[in-house]
Design a protein around this ligand. Sequence first.
Ligand SMILES: [Zn+2]
Length: 462
Amino acid sequence: MEFSLAGEILSSFELHHFYRPLETIEHPQPQTAIKRAKMTLKDHLHLRSSVSHHPDDDKDKEKEKEDESTARKLFRRLKSGGKSDDESDNESPKLRSDSEAEVVIELPPAADFHVHLRDGSMMETVTPTIENGGVNLVYVMPNLVPPLTDPAAAIAYMSRLQPLSPSTTFLPTLYLHPSITPATIATAASMGIVGVKSYPRGLTTNSDSGVLSYEQFYPVFQAMSDHDIVLNLHGECPSTPSEDVAGIEDEDITILNAESKFLPTLLSIHKAFPKLRIVLEHCTTAAAVEAVRSCGPTVAGTITAHHLFLTIDNWADDPFCFCKPVAKLPADRAALLAAATSGDTKFFLGTDSAPHPKPAKQGRSGKTVAGVFTQPYAVQLVAEAFDKVGKADKETLEGFCCKFGRDFYKVKEKGIENGQDKRRIVLMRGLGEKVVKEVGGGEGAVVPFRAGEGVWSLKWIE
Ligand SMILES: [Zn+2]
């Protein structure tokens, strides 16, 4: 497993030492043929003749030609569920032409305000899939091993990501930790760090270094408020310890009510720091939606694509639907869908796309790990979910996927988006596309959400 190291915090020197140049990182996963070929998902995931290429792509036509046959082979391999040409069972769907689409919606590129892009070989596998999901701006979570608690380390991470998706804007975050002081926040602000993410200890992947109580961070929150840095909350309380069989703990907390038990904490932080912009990440309950609505305009909530589809029953017997916070009741899912499609600017897309190697999801070396991988189909999945309630229209999708998040994060006002991307994305329903069964290869392969199932199509146009 790629994240089996203890999440201990190293000194600043050690942090820098840890962030060696990409080529010297020892990848714990075997290098696959796909990675050796330096292919990106753009080359092998639903690459179609009608997809427009970015001008940068055309600069390297020679190399493109060189890679073409390999790219096509890899593309076919992915489309046929990871099987080579020889093994193909001809399951791969024949896509209809764009003109046969039942619905066509053109949008500006989307922004995804909660992504996990990992490091090392997993980073190389998943980062090139950002554009496949219709996204050109991502807010990148800091839970690497060790976590990003140093502004310079976070900036260095962005520089490793950038070459893997050159047209994408990567917004850096820090991991809230006792080593972070008001002075760290001042430095972070001057270096362009956009937010600080808080993980309750032990709750989610690589959160062993997370926080237990929030009052100790109030001086840091004050500095964040002063420097206009966003606080991102993983809004769950730790569960009652499993060894507490006698019910000694007065709280009765499990993954089912961990989020609702956290909501008073959100309200108290907001009350203490009304100017601090706070995002309640990956809302999963009707109560969370209500809590965000009850706060002032400085508080918003992200909603993932997968939580628009899932309930408890889905993850109870399927590790590929298991994430934290877990999906809740059908009524909660309905509340999320209603909030996401309401046009309320407080709710916007943060996919929490969280790749894990297939064996780790299947629990082959212990417990299954939490996380659902949606990056290559981010906007397509949202469109499909919105369509179920008759809301897959341009205005609703544009607000939730493209506009409200950028506005909340003051992307335009602060000039933090790279360049002028004039491209558009086009969503199409009914072309017969199916979610690829795996992304990447070998032991490092990642199974995307709804693998093998029908999905909307997406292409970029100039
Ligand atoms: Zn997350």
